[in-house]
Design a binder for this molecule. Structure first.
Ligand SMILES: *Cc1c(COP(=O)(O)O)cnc(C)c1O
Length: 390
């Protein structure tokens, strides 16, 4: 057994990242400046996005996306129960109503059929989450949204590098929010990026920095460099040049980091998929999976212990794990406000009860990955039901 605890997710920070940050600190420019402009430009290029706006979080990006589209009280936004609370909290923040739709059993992404059924006269947008890095069925959702005059907002917190039918997530005109939180595939410690059409991002950019517009001022005043106008009460959501320095280097090594993720996922899949007790993650043939999470699911009828005990057994073997996610409708705020029962979204609920996210990070060595496999198989040997031979 492993003698040192393996963290669920350790970032890969090398000397290059450290050097970039030191340079930023020495440059005399700490807040949003030249490095942030460059990071926006490089990220935009990477995704082939029409435009990009660097922010201090993905949550900020989702919030500003809703505000930029004038979504507010009286409006409904359709989204998934199987996501981090941030995706749904922002809908509450703007005063709109989140309408949850259950997920598909294989990818655990929002069901396009379910979305169609949930549309009412009050629906203004669909907020789709590319769960674990596997893109949602974008063409079906896009079609449904176009037919019903709805906006499609993408929560791409897990999806840097993901592709749908050969196009990077973020390459379209939809407002798409990425996360560079410490555990995500590409990190700036905290941070995010909003991509989408240049027109939508112009408004988002103003909202992201106090509602300040220098152009509006120059329209009716011979303003110098000091002049600005507040066109609406905006937020303080900008990214610093210190964060962008980290991001610039993370983006340079991103392809290599993704390759390492892929190797580990291949090792996990081939070790686990031969056993009936495990359901390994799927990747549909027309997508590139960003492989943010490795969500292993236990087939309950094959086990004499539940998922919680499985996690305890992994911890006892010095392997960190996590669960993604406690479904939104099971959290007290949402449960109480909307009166959801736990089985209101049975696919999400069942998946939640039997899932465990295994360590997955490009910083993991072959030995780390081997230790995870060994621990999982050892727990299986102890607690999977024995089948009668022949
Ligand atoms: C991490 C995460 C977010 C929030 O990202 P931040 O950058 O921390 O704001 C939003 N949605 C999902 C699905 C996430 O996993």
């Amino acid at each position: 057994m492993r003698d040192k605890f393996l963290s669920f997710s350790l970032p890969l920070i090398g000397q290059e990242e450290i050097d970039e940050v030191i340079e930023a600190l020495r440059s005399g420019w700490l807040t949003s400046g030249p490095r942030t402009r460059q990071f926006e430009e490089n990220f935009r290029n990477y995704c082939n996005a029409p435009a990009a706006l660097a922010l201090n979080s993905c949550t900020a990006g989702l919030h500003i996306a809703l505000r930029s589209l004038n979504i507010g009280p009286g409006d409904e936004v359709i989204t998934t129960p199987l996501t981090f609370a941030a995706s749904v909290n922002v809908i509450e923040h703007v005063g709109a109503k989140p309408v949850l739709v259950d997920v598909e059993p294989d990818t655990l992404n929002i069901s396009p059929r379910g979305v169609e059924r949930a549309i009412t006269n009050a629906t203004k947008a669909v907020l789709a989450v590319h769960y674990a890095g596997h893109p949602v069925e974008l063409d079906q959702l896009q079609e449904i949204c176009s037919q019903n005059h709805l906006h499609l907002i993408e929560d791409a917190a897990h999806a840097v590098g993901a592709e749908f039918r050969g196009k990077k997530i973020g390459a379209g005109s939809n407002l798409t929010a990425f996360s560079f939180y410490a555990t995500k595939n590409l990190t700036t410690g905290e941070g995010g990026m909003l991509t989408g059409s240049a027109e939508l991002l112009d408004r988002a950019r103003i909202l992201s920095l106090h509602g300040m517009n220098r152009e509006a001022w120059s329209r009716y005043a011979a303003g110098g460099k000091w002049a600005y106008d507040i066109v609406e009460p905006g937020y303080k959501y900008n990214m610093t040049d210190i964060q962008s320095a980290l991001g610039l280097q993370q983006l340079r090594r991103f392809a290599q980091m993704q390759e390492r993720r892929q190797e580990i996922v291949r090792q996990y899949n081939s070790a686990f998929e031969v056993f009936p007790g495990f359901l390994t993650p799927v990747t549909r043939p027309h997508v590139t999976n960003a492989l943010h999470l490795y969500v292993l699911r236990l087939r309950p009828q094959e086990w004499s212990v539940d998922r919680n005990r499985f996690i305890e057994e992994m911890t006892a073997r010095n392997i960190g794990t996590s669960v993604h996610f406690i479904p939104i409708h099971m959290h007290s705020f949402y449960r109480n406000k909307y009166g959801y029962s736990p089985d209101a979204f049975p696919v999400a609920q069942q998946a939640f009860e039997h899932m465990v996210s295994l360590p997955l990070s490009p910083s993991m060595s072959d030995k780390d990955a081997g230790d995870v496999i060994e621990a999982v198989l050892d727990v299986r040997a102890c607690f999977a039901k024995r089948r009668m031979a022949g």
